[in-house]
Write a protein of this length. Structure first.
Length: 247
């Protein structure tokens, strides 16, 4: 346990030293929120799926932040560690693969949670949003969405031998999810074919959970979303642990 806690602390310090990750989480996402706020104020009467655009101001950048940190910030460093032989040095310690993965996951989850709290504060106090948010439902949606995408990050970080290949796959997966899940392009504006493809995109279900939680509608009725994300979490984590390589 002491080794795991120390590794988690070191990973936290390394995260804070990576200015790109800190900038994206705590500067770019708030900028994105303000951008969406300016757009939604220009078109306040447009409805999407029965929701006002302004009501959906927060879930979109929050979903983007979860996906980016899970896909880029988690799997990329794992690939770099493997390529530089750092994981091989871990192999000589009592740490098991799940401890290495868990330490990375805890840090990324914690930093994403801090970014989410910052976004919620901005949404409440800068835009005066009064969505009937259920805090526990919001935390549940955030946590399940994060763990599902983190499991994909674990899997990507376990599959590929070099950082270059990992980052190339990351970019393809990330931007594909952004454009097909309703974050970049509203779901209601997607053509029927793309809506069918979006059913296979994990971020679609993450965004749906966040929307309903933010609007105070609860997440328990969304049985399909809960089942899909739970399955991804369990399956992705199991595969990542099974396929994990030290070198």
């Amino acid at each position: 346990m002491r080794g795991f806690l120390y590794l988690t602390w070191v990973e936290m310090l390394l995260f804070l030293r990576e200015w790109q990750a800190v900038f994206f989480s705590f500067v770019f996402l708030p900028m994105l929120l303000f951008l969406f706020g300016a757009i939604f104020r220009t078109h306040p009467g447009v409805e999407l799926g029965g929701f006002q655009q302004g009501d959906l101001l927060l879930p979109i950048p929050l979903a983007i932040g979860i996906a980016s940190n899970a896909i880029y910030t988690l799997s990329g460093p794992l690939a770099v560690y493997r390529e530089r032989g750092i994981l091989r040095r871990f192999q000589a310690t009592p740490l098991r693969p799940y401890a290495v993965l868990l330490a990375q996951g805890v840090v990324v989850y914690a930093m994403t949670m801090l970014a989410a709290l910052l976004l919620i504060g901005i949404a409440k106090f800068s835009f005066g949003l009064s969505a009937a948010v259920n805090p526990w439902a919001m935390w549940g949606a955030f946590t399940l969405g994060s763990t599902a995408l983190l499991s994909l990050g674990f899997l990507l970080g376990s599959l590929f031998p070099t950082a270059r290949v990992t980052y190339a796959v990351n970019s393809t997966l990330f931007f594909g999810m952004i454009f097909l899940s309703g974050t970049a392009i509203p779901w209601e504006l997607l053509p029927p074919f793309m809506k069918g493809v979006a059913q296979f995109v994990p971020l679609t279900y993450v965004l749906d959970l966040l929307k309903h939680a933010w609007l105070g509608q609860g997440i328990w009725p969304l049985s399909q979303d809960l089942a899909v994300l739970s399955g991804i979490t369990v399956g992705g984590t199991a595969l990542a642990a099974a396929l994990f390589r030290w070198d």
